[in-house]
Design a protein around this ligand. Structure first.
Ligand SMILES: Nc1ncnc2c1ncn2[C@@H]1O[C@H](COP(=O)(O)OP(=O)(O)OP(=O)(O)O)[C@@H](O)[C@H]1O
Ligand SMILES: [Mg+2]
Length: 350
């Protein structure tokens, strides 16, 4: 049994699969809250102990025996790791190693420990002679060590450790056929932040963390309606973006003042700016589609709002759609499992 374990800041998600002749068969998928249920989610109150407990409870809840796991894959979040495509001079392996370490230090939040890097030469750069494209993944030793310690404390053998944006991309490329031209945009909307990924065949890979997630969606309802966190969450899941943004026909009932920007406007503005940045850097702006993943992707009306504001098709990615073994699963928010599935697929590549 292969397992992908997504250790999110609000929910732990797990996907178990077996490798088959022509791919994978899904065995199980499940999730568990990290904080106490029926309380306001306060990210500052979550520590290692809560994650360890939640992982152990989730394994129990899903009836998964850690001893039966052949290989487990977990991820380091896009906020603590850096995934970059870099163009650099062609140079001997040893020099490249130190150049990449130097480069990595610029992109990760340093914490007094060394940078840990992993890189792959993609090939010669198309535009500049003597230059090569390299994909670089990096985090600090401190981040990696505490991640491994967390897994061990939870009774698991660390296995494969990937970077979250790469695992999400793996899930996507496994599930979807991409035309040879054009770019896919993936936005994983978690609890505290969102991971943006731009990917296309032979195109520059790009990822960035946007500081808005479902927790901010809930908090805006709490502030505007002066109600409790759990009540606000219920409203969000039922009414979605309409709980804050009323349609123009009922303008006098608008919860927000005209000049006030909603949390959704801010997220969409961040997205617009990032895509503009990508287009400027690469000269490519043929965005085929935006796919939403993560728990908050399911916010009613959000995909439609993004699509109408940015004028790009937007859909929610359901990783179970048509997947072997998915029929027997009953999952309320399939989009929440895209990362765990990508991690599981990664375990299968070993
Ligand atoms: N049906 C739903 N409609 C809207 N939002 C939802 C729904 N179900 C879950 N959410 C939201 O999804 C978020 C959790 O998603 P997810 O599990 O992807 O986050 P996480 O991985 O724990 O967080 P992060 O990625 O920031 O560490 C929460 O903010 C929750 O309110
Ligand atoms: Mg997440």
């Amino acid at each position: 049994m292969l397992v992908g374990l997504d250790i999110g800041r609000q929910y732990i998600k797990i996907v178990a699969m077996n490798k088959t002749k022509d791919g994978y068969k899904l065995l199980d998928a499940g999730q568990r809250l990290v904080p106490e249920p029926n309380q306001a989610f306060d990210p500052d109150k979550i520590d290692t102990h809560h994650w360890v407990m939640a992982i152990k409870e989730l394994l129990k809840q899903q009836n998964l025996n850690p001893k039966k796991i052949k290989l487990i894959a977990t991820g380091i979040s896009g906020a603590s790791a850096s995934v970059k495509q870099i163009t650099t001079m062609e140079m001997p392996a040893e020099e490249l190693e130190s150049a990449m370490t130097f480069e990595a230090r610029k992109h990760i939040p340093m914490d007094g420990t060394d940078a840990v890097i992993d890189y792959q030469i993609l090939g010669s750069n198309e535009k500049e002679v003597d230059k090569i494209d390299v994909s670089l993944v990096a985090c600090t030793k401190g981040v990696l060590t505490s991640h491994i310690d967390l897994l061990k404390e939870s009774g698991l053998k660390p296995g494969v450790i990937d970077a979250d944006p790469i695992a999400i991309t793996n899930s996507f490329t496994y599930l979807k056929d991409m035309p040879s031209e054009g770019l896919a945009v993936i936005l994983d909307i978690g609890a505290l932040s969102s991971s943006l990924i731009v990917w296309g065949n032979g195109q520059q890979y790009f990822t960035r963390d946007l500081p808005i997630g479902g927790h901010q969606f809930v908090k805006e309802i709490v502030d505007k309606k002066d109600i409790s966190y759990t009540e606000a969450q219920d409203i969000l899941f039922k009414e979605g973006v309409a709980s804050i943004i009323k349609n123009e026909a009922n303008e006098d009932k608008t919860t927000l003042g005209v000049a006030e920007r909603s949390v959704y406007d801010n997220l969409i503005e961040d997205l617009r700016r990032s895509l503009r940045f990508y287009a400027k850097q690469t000269g490519q702006s043929f965005f085929l589609k935006i796919l939403l993943t993560g728990g908050a992707a399911g916010t009613p009306g959000l995909a439609g709002l993004i699509s109408s504001k940015l004028n790009i098709d937007c859909d929610i990615l359901n990783p179970f759609d048509g997947f072997d073994g998915a029929d027997s699963l009953n999952q309320e928010t399939p989009s929440q499992y895209v990362l765990a599935m990508g991690l599981c697929i990664r375990a299968g590549m070993e």
